[in-house]
Design a protein around this ligand. Sequence first.
Ligand SMILES: Cc1ncc(COP(=O)(O)O)c(C=O)c1O
Length: 400
Amino acid sequence: MQRIQLSEKAKNISPSLTLSITASANELKQKGVDIVAFTAGEPDYNTPEHIQEAGIKAIKSGITRYTPAAGTLELREAICQKLKNDNGLDYTPEQIIVSSGAKHSLYNVFQVLLNPGDEVIIPVPYWTSYPEFVTLAGGKPVFLETKKEKNFKFSISELEELTTPRTKAIILNSPGNPTGTVFDLEDLKELAAYAVKHGIIVVSDEIYEKLIYDGLKHTSIASLNPEIKELTIVVNGVSKAYAMTGWRIGYAAGRQDIIKAMSNFQSHATSSCCAISQYASCIALTGSQEPVEKMRAEFAKRRDYMAERVNSLPYLSCLKPKGAFYMWVSIEELIGKEIKGRKIDSSTTFADILIKDAHVAVIPGIAFGADDYIRLSYATSIEQIEKGMDRIEKLLATVE
Ligand SMILES: Cc1ncc(COP(=O)(O)O)c(C=O)c1O
């Protein structure tokens, strides 16, 4: 037994901190502890009724077999139509691949793009899986720090400083997790011009496209001109917009040769994704969009309330997020202080104190590359938000 060693690759993978904290909060809940969880990375709504019905119909009518590795033609056509209607993008079904969630599409993108040592620029804070996608594909993540003062956006000169001959791609996530930052048209134009000038691929993760506030409109960078479209891989899915996280359907759109390579890769790794979910996703994309708007409007109200509460507290502050369903809260002023004899030296310590002493679960910012922040999810009811914020307020009154 002793001679069996895991691969170096396996030894270096860290588990998804966001998923493991959510799991431990759930464990405490099951033991009867009244936990307020601000950890959810998914809508707290059920999949809309007509999409549920589509899933049932698929099972009953025998849509239960393997599909083509890249996804059913019907779903890929529906995705083309969605990209045309919502984003002004023209793709053919051969330029689309359906995967088991956007996460799977993103994983596959880097597997087919990167050679050992290829560099991928990742703005910080980042969604927790981005650096792992790159390292698992043999690439090197290059971190581009962003600041609250600049709305967590980066400038082209900052990007320029990190660009090398090995720079293969940059990850763009707008609306973003964890900051809720939305890149406006001007930001996107500048980035597109830079990427085209240097031949850098833009991996554009648009999974939170539909959850955007203050009257803003999502623009896909790929839609700006034909040159940037050639260089962009658009990644999206049904998880967040249609409350379908467990159905596991995401997709990528891009150059046919890249998509073909992803399909070949996927055909050996996972075959096609779930036929039933593909059928239901087709209905999600082509059916009524009313439930999406209802959910978005509800998230907007929760965001307003939570941001107001956070900013009324001592030591904590946040920008009002423009999209997604997360509040990126600075704990900078708390670092070095004490609560009940425990020194707050990191986001992990503060998250631990919060769950143990206040029974509020949050994700430490270190999971996103920033140790002086925590992430609160407002994908939970207003009542829970109120209760959780009351508890945090009480705990902060004990800071020394
Ligand atoms: C930024 C970002 N991209 C992608 C995903 C993954 O989405 P999916 O459920 O479609 O795999 C998430 C989920 O948390 C996310 O936050």
